[in-house]
Structure formats: C-alpha cells, structure tokens
Design a protein. Sequence first.
Length: 446
Amino acid sequence: MSPYAADRRSVPRSVAVGLPLVVLAALTATVPASAAPDGEARVVRGATLGDVPLAEFSNALLPGTVDDDRGVDLGGIGSDLYPAGRKGEFWTVTDRGPNGQIKVGGTKRRTFPVPGFDPAIVKIRVTGDSVRVLSAIPLTTSSGEPVTGLPNQAGRDEAPYSYDASTPLSYDPNGLDTEGIVRAADGTFWLVDEYGPSLVHVSARGKVLTRYVPEGLNLTGAGYPVVEALPSVLLHRKVNRGFEGLAQLPGGDLVMALQSPMSLPDATAGNVSRTTRLVRFSPARGAVTAEYAYRFDPVGVVDPGEDDTSELKISSVVAVGGDRLLVQERTDKAARLHLVRLTPAADILGGRWDDATTSPSLEQLDDPAAVGVPVLAKRLLVDLGTVPGVPGKIEGVARVSDDMIAVVNDNDFGMTDGAGAFDAHGRLVDSGVETKVLFVRLPHGI
C-alpha cells in the first residue's frame, strides 16, 4: 500500500516506484548538451519525460476520476520546479489539466477534454536523459474528494466546455489552476493558483488545508476552508493570469507573483501595461505583509520580434538567499532571469495603488518610478532565449548550485488550440512538444 493511503484505506494516494511501470519507465530520447563560447550560459544536461497515459496516471491516484483521457499523456508538470533534497530530484505540480480554446461564432470557448483530471504534486528524478516519475500526490478536499481543475465562478472565470466546445461543463468551486510550488520544513506544500488568484496550503498527503483568496471574492461551496486574506485589488487580475510564481524565503515568508499586469481600470490598460505585482505572505501570521511593484522590460527586449506587450508574463520566482529573488520574465518563446532584492522601502501594501479607484492606476503609469512609485530594482542574470537548446514556454526554474539552474517547460499536455486539436474520433492530435528538464550552467554564478 502507498505510504499516502492512510486517509483513504484501500485507495492509493500516490504513485510510488513500480506503480504503474509505464509511469516510472518514462524513458526518452537524448537531449544533447549545447556547446557555447566561454563566458556564456550553456545547457550541460537535458532529459525528457516519456509517454505516460493520463488516465493510467490519474486513476492510480484516485480511481475512477478519468474515464477517457482522449489519448492525452501526462504533461503540464512544467508549471514549476522545486528541489526535493536529493541530487536530480524535484517537486513539480501540474496545472489545471489539458485545456484549449476553440472559436465558436466568433467567440473563444475554453475547453477541458479531460474534465475529471485532478491536479497533482509530482516528484521526479532526472536520470540520464530521462525524467522519471517517483511519486505523485493528488489534491483533494477536506473529505478526500478530487479538487479538479475546472473554473470556480460564472462571470469571473472562463466558462468551461467539452473537448469540442459543443457542451457546457459545470463550474467547480473546488477547482484549482495550480502553478507555483514550494515545500515547507514541516513537509506540507504551498501552491499558487490562477483562478482566485489564491495561495493554497496543502498537507503532505495532498489535502487542501486552507485556500487564501482576495477580500471580496465571495467563493462559496468549496469543500475546504477558504480565507479572504489577500488584498481586494487582486480581484482585478487578468483572466487566466493570476498567481503563477511562488518563492519561499529563508525565514519562511512566501512571495507570489502575478503572471501579468492587472486589468486596472480595464483589460485595455492591463494589456499594454508593463507593471505587475509581487505579494509577500507570512504563514506564521496568515496575512500579507508586503507588496511590490515589478516592471517588465519592453517586450521586444525579452523576445526580439514580438511586439505585443500582453505576451509578457512572470512564471517563476526563486529565493536565492536573504530577501533576494530570481524573477523570470517570459513570452511563450523566450525567457530572461533577473536578480531582485526585496526592501522595506519598496513596499506599496495598503497605499493608493491598492485602491481600485485610484486614477491613473499603477498599471496605467508609463513610468511609475518617475512619479515616485518604488519599483523594484533588478539586474539581468541570464537571457535563456539566447542559450542554445532551451525550449520555449519555460515556466519552472530551480536553483541547483551557485552556478547552475534547472529549468522545465510546460508542454500543455500536448494540446493545441483550435478545432484541429482532436481528430474525428475525439482523440488528441498531439503537438509533439515534450516536457524537458535542462540544467543550465551560469558563467558568473548567482
């Protein structure tokens, strides 16, 4: 019996070594190290996750949750990467599961081809050129039911539809679009979610202990405790762009990063803004203790050739000692890592920029620093977009040593958008994009 089975008697709560074999085999083609001139960052090692049928993976955790995976394999574990203690081992977390968009009557509909999928914490090991699944922990409610990855609230979240966008699905107040992950000293996990946006405290066995959400969210019907402890201004997060990065500082505080600038006062302002926010949370106090303004580089600097500012995102933040962070700025094609120090002088919590009626809003300012906003100073550490061998859509970053980082991409479960994502039999037409973990050596260290 799995060591995580205590709460559910005979129902396994994790995938352990040998259960099932195809999950743990996950053998893959070699990702060769890329040569680079002296003094430049380079990939020194790479590995790929093999094909793991999603139904087999999910039903080994919570039997009966997935009746038809439509040919989708396990993926989406590249949402984040957190060292698991042993060399080459990491904690990762899936996002909400396979999803895409299909335009119907001129309007895009969000599709969930495997609506029973339950987000999971996945422990992996990089062995040679393969990524091996060591164990997995499903996320559950207080009563042990799966949380699912479906949207929470009508009118606030995108409406969910079947794989072909023809049939509406039900909203789920328990649903989580999990992204960042850290593991606390007591063995519990902290995750961030895009829907709320929210910070989620999870037991070592995957049970949601508390979900912290913005004041005024009014999320009802969840099967776990929901606490309104985050600033209400976060209610203006852009759709599908809530919290994505999460870091754990040496003292235990957590730092969450909004993926993109908020829609303040509206989506038009958010789409052209280059200012997003980091939020600091004290687990000991159960409260937000600081908030910081973070300024993206121009989109053409992050991703030469891209001219759409709304493509800028933060997908990972990593603590590197003291109050220092690595902050990843990216588009779907490129990524850059900056070093940032959090200082008391940069704290904007509770000020005018947390008032949604302030005009112009923080997001509308062309140059926040010019009008006295204490924008976080940053220094470029590495431009991953210029490192040969690094794939697109890097979402997870982990510090391995003073001169080495590990990165992982989000392959979106092999999903693409559009009506051609599935064939005439409702089976996935796989994109061919694989989940890859790469180790990148930095010439000048962190």
